[in-house]
Design a protein. Structure first.
Ligand SMILES: Cc1cc2nc3c(=O)[nH]c(=O)nc-3n(C[C@H](O)[C@H](O)[C@H](O)COP(=O)(O)OP(=O)(O)OC[C@H]3O[C@@H](n4cnc5c(N)ncnc54)[C@H](O)[C@@H]3O)c2cc1C
Length: 416
């Protein structure tokens, strides 16, 4: 049996672990577009700030792949799949045969078609290569950055850059920051905190053009937003990510925003599985959704790996949550940011907003300390009705914010 895994991130590693847990002898091949060993994208800001060394980012050593008897093709990407002949074609010209194939190629940053976007010193905030580029721009004297997009990734980039004494200006098309994570009221609290640290925001605004420098038009010198010019030495594009599927055109694999997979993580083509940011899978609300989170990639990779060896396992639905930490303030949200009713409560250095539909908690947003986040997962995932959410339940689960949540229960009118 020969397993080929496209990708070397969380989904790929989880699949590898699953396959090896039941099959120690079959051949496993990992192909990765990047030359790097597997690493944690979520840690690149810690590397840029200098808080952690580059080596900290890596999830595995080179010995790991050797010990697992994995044939690696790093720095060589898959450019097409030939399902009839069960082959993957790589950019280098190599063709790899497979019995079972896993597509775990993650996501791509969507680059908006802004005039000037190809100039030097425009980067994304996704890979180790991006982090190296940002550090090199800072070393070359970059002092002012424009970040396009004020979502969680944009805020992580802001945290890294401000820590490195780079002035940050955000340009965000929505009317408030973190638009898919927090409602405008909660987002406003984060925005004001960042403004106090010198971060500037242009909301409901778009970068219309990227300008060059007087001395060299090929390098970023600023941006045009409305009728204003904002000077900048670098631009970070943080406009969101989407499944990395362009090389799958024409093979008949079913896809929408991402590759569509069954609960077994199998695609519409028998023998080809997919997992991680590249897939569109059922979320906890039962909708098909693309939810790029480590926990989802890992669970899906585990399931795909086992099923590729002949098991018949089903993957749990995708979790939906967001967490961000920037310049001393943290925010977390799970579930919906809208509801028929809501209540904001403050205490113990935390602000909590519960969104409710027919008295059920359908979403929780918090700003403040991260500890006790399990509380909110539980309240949300168990689908508690407010009437069921007694202090006893909260206390027996060791919830650290029992007092605040109890206050929420007392203050929010229930409809049944
Ligand atoms: C800055 C940042 C911070 C994040 N923070 C968090 C966080 O705090 N918590 C959280 O849960 N999630 C976070 N995420 C999201 C998380 O990193 C992803 O959900 C996770 O990495 C997805 O794993 P994956 O295996 O699907 O893809 P990836 O980890 O992206 O791996 C994709 C792999 O595919 C390879 N590849 C791409 N194209 C090809 C090709 N054509 N052929 C072969 N190989 C290819 C790539 O080189 C890479 O090895 C963050 C992401 C970023 C960018």
């Amino acid at each position: 049996m020969r397993y080929v895994i496209l990708g070397n991130g969380y989904a790929a590693l989880a699949a590898l672990k699953s396959i090896r847990s039941v099959d120690s002898s079959s051949s496993i091949v990992i192909v990765s577009a990047e030359k790097e060993l597997s690493y944690a994208p979520r840690a690149i800001h810690n590397y840029i700030t200098g808080e952690k060394p580059r080596a900290f980012l890596y999830l595995k050593t080179a010995d790991f792949y050797h010990d697992q008897r994995v044939e690696t093709h790093f720095g060589d990407k898959a450019i097409s799949i030939d399902p009839r002949n069960r082959k993957v074609n790589l950019e280098s010209g190599k063709a790899l045969e497979y019995d079972h194939l896993l597509i775990a190629t993650g996501s791509n940053v969507s680059i908006p078609p802004i005039p000037g976007i190809r100039k030097k010193n425009v980067t994304t905030f996704k890979t180790i290569a991006d982090a190296d580029e940002i550090l090199s721009m800072i070393a070359m004297g970059a002092k002012r950055a424009v970040i396009i997009g004020a979502g969680p990734i944009g805020l992580m980039a802001c945290n890294a850059l401000v820590t490195r004494s780079v002035e940050v200006t955000f340009v965000e098309v929505a009317k408030s920051i973190l638009p898919r994570m927090l409602d405008p009221e909660m987002a406003g609290i984060i925005q004001r905190h960042l403004e106090k640290k010198g971060v500037r925001f242009f909301l409901a605004a778009q970068v219309e053009q990227i300008l060059g420098r007087d001395e060299d038009d090929s390098i970023v010198g600023g941006v045009v937003v409305g009728n204003r010019r904002i000077d900048a030495d670098m631009i970070v594009v943080a406009t969101g990510v989407g499944p990395n599927i362009p090389f799958m055109e024409g093979i008949g694999i079913e896809k929408d925003r991402g590759i569509l997979v069954s609960e077994k993580m199998e695609t519409s083509i028998p023998g080809i599985y997919a997992a991680g940011d590249v897939v569109e899978y059922f979320d906890i609300f039962g909708r098909r959704n693309v939810v790029p989170l480590v926990v989802n990639a890992t669970r899906q990779g585990e399931t795909a790996g086992l099923n590729m060896t002949g098991f018949d396992g089903k993957c749990m639905p995708s979790m939906i949550f967001n967490a961000v930490e920037a310049l001393g303030i943290t925010a977390f949200s799970v579930g919906s940011i809208e509801g028929e009713e809501s209540s904001v409560l403050e205490g113990n250095g935390r602000i909590i907003k519960l969104s409710l539909e027919k008295s059920k908690v359908v979403g929780v947003q918090t700003i403040g300390k991260f500890d006790g986040i399990g509380t909110f997962f539980d309240i949300f995932n168990k689908g508690f009705a407010l009437s069921e959410l007694s202090l006893d339940i909260i206390a027996t689960r060791g919830f650290s914010y029992a007092d605040i949540i109890q206050k929420a229960i007392l203050e929010i009118p229930t409809s049944n």
